[in-house]
Design a protein around this ligand. Structure first.
Ligand code: SF4
Length: 382
């Protein structure tokens, strides 16, 4: 099948791996952050890390939309359902993210909250049309990829005069998060997380284009290669990054040319700008407060803003003490560094957000790679 098989060809993967071995300078190490959870998943699923030369390493980034959602935002959605009696509609992965007091949206549903899984913002609008006597809130999460459908749902709700529909807007933005990682003490000052470049997001870049990465590639001298989500995309991007580092270049290159252009999708950007504006600051799980890193609903659409419509103030909540999600999202630790990885915390019983979505580093690592971290025990008979 075109666009699947040809980007998963093992023989081509081995050729790229051979080029990487030939071109990576044995006298140095290379560390690249894959920002996106989709890339984290691909790296674990296809064993890409095992195909790389030993001196080329990958660092997981904060690009899993479910993982970066702070507990306090999930608490807000739960309060909308349990205290305000609203129908809360959201994406499937969001349902299982642990919240305060041992709750999650799924558990709040078991307690009687009317919380429904939907596949899109348009599905939530349909619920509002079908239930005119009930308040319907769409709990909107995700990066720039899922933001345009939320903007369209808001525009449609306004055009149809839907009075029972609102959005709890928790959409976040990619470029400020990358800048934040580059400014973090571990990367910028202490150098405990050496970063030589980024594998740039695929779907996000279809919307925003490749141009928004130019400023920090130049300012921080870090190359970026935007890559698709198939294994050959990722391997080719890593090879392009190695070449940039070897040449002393820090440019934005686009491996995913079949979908990403420099300017992105102008229509989607226009729709988003019509309805949404930047928040001054937003708390990310793992990164803390990041300035201008998320979107809120414009005052003209206040009637559709759940934060304006209901009394649900945001309150920051610390993560479970045993959970290392914060450090993993900053690239400081790896899943296996967490003491409860794979024992207390599993995809069936996630303690932290990184174990929920298949794009989360812990979930991907658990599903495809965790056994590789366990030293082989040699049984002896005497
Ligand atoms: S294994 Fe679970 S508790 Fe540990 S860091 Fe990952 S998600 Fe958090």
């Amino acid at each position: 099948m075109k666009y699947i098989d040809e980007f998963r060809d093992g023989a081509v993967a081995r050729k790229i791996a051979a080029r990487l071995r030939a071109e990576a300078d044995a006298g140095r190490t290379y560390a690249f952050m894959e920002f996106c959870g989709g890339h984290t998943h691909a790296i674990s699923r296809y064993g890409i890390a095992q195909l790389l030369p030993p001196n080329v390493g990958m660092v997981h980034g904060p690009g899993c939309p479910v993982c970066v959602l702070p507990i306090g935002r999930i608490d807000m959605a739960i309060r909308l359902a349990l205290e305000h009696g609203a129908i809360v509609c959201t994406y499937g992965d969001t349902m299982r993210v642990p919240a305060s007091q041992g709750l999650s949206l799924m558990r709040a549903k078991a307690r009687g909250g009317d919380i429904r899984m939907v596949y899109s913002a348009a599905d939530a609008l349909d619920v509002a049309r079908r239930e005119p006597a009930r308040e319907v809130v769409f709990f909107a999460i995700g990066f720039e990829t899922t933001t345009p459908p939320t903007a369209l749902a808001l525009l449609r709700a306004r055009d149809e005069g839907l009075r029972n529909f609102s959005v709890l807007c928790c959409h976040v933005l990619t470029p400020p998060a990358i800048t934040h990682v580059l400014e973090s003490p571990e990367v910028a000052r202490y150098g405990t997380v050496p970063l030589d470049g980024f594998v740039g997001p695929a779907h996000v870049s279809i919307v925003i284009g490749s141009a928004p990465y130019d400023p920090f590639a130049a300012a921080y001298r870090k190359p970026v290669v935007i890559a698709g989500f198939e294994p050959l995309d990722v391997m080719q991007a890593i090879l392009m990054l190695v070449r940039q580092v070897n040449d002393g270049r820090a440019e934005v290159e686009n491996e995913f040319t079949r979908a990403v252009t420099p300017a992105g999708n102008a229509t989607a950007q226009r729709r988003m700008a019509e309805v949404l504006e930047r928040r001054p600051s937003f708390e990310w799980r793992g990164l803390g407060e990041v300035p201008a890193s998320a979107l809120r609903i414009r005052p003209e659409f206040a009637a559709f803003d759940a934060e304006q419509r209901f009394d649900v103030p945001y309150a920051a909540v610390p993560d479970n003490k045993a959970c290392e999600c914060g450090a993993i999202l900053r690239g400081v630790k790896k899943p296996a560094d967490c003491k409860i990885f794979g024992t207390v915390c599993t995809p069936e019983n996630p303690v932290g957000s990184c174990m929920v979505s298949s794009e989360g580093a812990c979930a991907a690592h658990y599903a495809y790679g965790r056994f590789k971290d366990i030293p082989v025990r040699v049984e002896t008979t005497t």
